[in-house]
Design a protein around this ligand. Sequence first.
Ligand code: FAD
Length: 432
Amino acid sequence: MEKSIGPNPGHAASYYAASARDKRIRPKLDGEHTADVCVIGAGFTGISAALQLAENGYSVIVLEADRIGFGASGRNGGQIVNGYSRDLETIAKRYGQEKADRLGEMSLEGGRIIRERVAKYGIECDLVDGGFFAAFTDKQVKEMAEVRAHWKRHGHDGLEMVSKAEVSKYAKTDRYVGGMIDRHGGHIHPLDLVLGEAAAAESLGAKIFENSKVMHLDTGPQPFVCTEGGIVKAKHMLVCGNAYMAGIAPKVTEKMMPVSSQVMATEVLDAKLIEELLPANYCVEDANYVLDYYRRTADNRLLYGGGIGYGGQDPADLTGVIRPNMLKTFPQLKDVKIDFAWSGNFALTLTRIPHMGKLSDTVYFSHGDSGHGVTTTHLLGKILGEAVHGQMSRFDVWSSLQAYPFPGGRMFRVPLTALGAWYYGLRDKLGV
Ligand SMILES: Cc1cc2nc3c(=O)[nH]c(=O)nc-3n(C[C@H](O)[C@H](O)[C@H](O)COP(=O)(O)OP(=O)(O)OC[C@H]3O[C@@H](n4cnc5c(N)ncnc54)[C@H](O)[C@@H]3O)c2cc1C
């Protein structure tokens, strides 16, 4: 499908929405419908589950409050980061070695699912291989080397340390003292990916309704959901609303906090300039607690993200927050125009581990990928599909990982978490 910059109503005003290849608007739910499975939320989690189920012959209805990819899935940095938002050693300490080993076995699968689907369904989403984790301090380099050693024990052979002299192969800046590359990492146009996967599910019979917000969820033996204009009755419901969901499943949402992150995209840069800044065309994320992430787009813009808003609040001036960070990394861009600035919310859990489980025997959920969800949502969506199919073994591992409410309750959870982040941010600034 042709790629062009243009309006795409119902989405955040992002580079992705403007440049999405598929801008078709799906119908709104109207009247009563039945299906084997109804999925709430058309982000990576919901669409990954829907596609997995449609491939296995299930009739599937997906209900999306806004547009496909409206949430984090259509707004993120597009970075394919393998693993989880916590390293496996931390997971082993909290949940035991056996569960850490099971998670280790699955840790590269999300990236594989993406690449398999892109190839199988011919999804055009600007997929590029390779990611670079950048270190500001020797301490961060040492921590990366430890992480690499742990992952190697779990079969992750794509990680290689990068010396200070080699940094400029990946990012032409003097901010970093070294880092690590992941050959199995990479980057994509995330909205094109989720739209391509949605179209693949539709080609197998799934029905997707946009502008169809679920207002009520019944979790009984014959579950159903209601939107403003219709009802869906199904044998199973999958709740995949993540940080944008409110009201219909408090047992799920009370275990996460919406957190916003801000992203911007420059004007189209001269091809020689962007190649000089990011010669290997790998995506980059730094090792700070509140991290910067950036990459090149297919049309030669620099897409730069960072910043954090606990509770999902946005700063009034998004560019004013991100641009100074971009200029610290690439001062040579001081005269470059910013064409797009937007933000999105991801769901943070207290443990930083995704939260999967059941609300009843017929209603399952998954959310809380905590900032690194491009790969895990693909894995966990697939596992939701397996669970509906009666294959419970991987679902049981994930749903046994306990999730906790944030300390401080509704009133104080945001300031307490922000205080913790401020402390870790200060340590990064001081390099300790
Ligand atoms: C700015 C930003 C940058 C990020 N960068 C990266 C990155 O580079 N790499 C990475 O790995 N991860 C990144 N992440 C995280 C990643 O994007 C998310 O973890 C992932 O997309 C979550 O997918 P999801 O399907 O669970 O949720 P979402 O994509 O948020 O989808 C949930 C959907 O449910 C819908 N919904 C909610 N309530 C209802 C309802 N009642 N009825 C119907 N529909 C409903 C919403 O409208 C939404 O479309 C980033 C996140 C953000 C916000």
